[in-house]
Design a protein around this ligand. Structure first.
Ligand SMILES: [Zn+2]
Length: 122
């Protein structure tokens, strides 16, 4: 059976090569660690969905910090996937909104203004 990634909108399959020519990693759901398994399922954010033992997530959903630092990339014992593209209704609202730009010109502190004007004149 071809293992494909079960993350939302991810079409990666087992054996796919990354841009650097290395094989994309796949990580089976951690059924041996029920607590961690729950975290993974929560992280996947798929409604009424449970993974089967052959379901996996591809390495795209794990931050660099989720891996143990060694020559081979192993997930840490408590690694949870954190990188997903999600439908808009499942995305967290962004706290910071881009403010409209009220000052199209850069604001110059008063004490520098006279100097800059002199430069312009010359
Ligand atoms: Zn994936």
């Amino acid at each position: 059976m071809v293992i494909s990634c079960c993350a939302y909108e991810c079409t990666n399959r087992w054996g796919k090569l990354k841009e650097d020519g290395t094989k994309l990693k796949f990580h089976l759901f951690p059924f041996r660690k029920p607590d961690l398994l729950k975290k993974w399922i929560v992280a996947v954010k798929r409604e009424s969905w449970k993974p089967s033992k052959s379901r996996a997530l591809c390495g795209d959903h794990f931050a660099e910090t989720a891996y143990k630092t060694s020559t081979r990339r192993y997930l840490k014992d408590d690694a949870v996937p954190s990188i997903f593209s999600l439908p808009s209704h499942l995305q967290k609202p962004k706290r910071e909104r881009a403010l409209p730009i009220r000052h199209p010109l850069p604001v110059v502190p008063k004490k520098f203004k006279s100097k800059i004007l002199q430069v312009d004149v010359n």
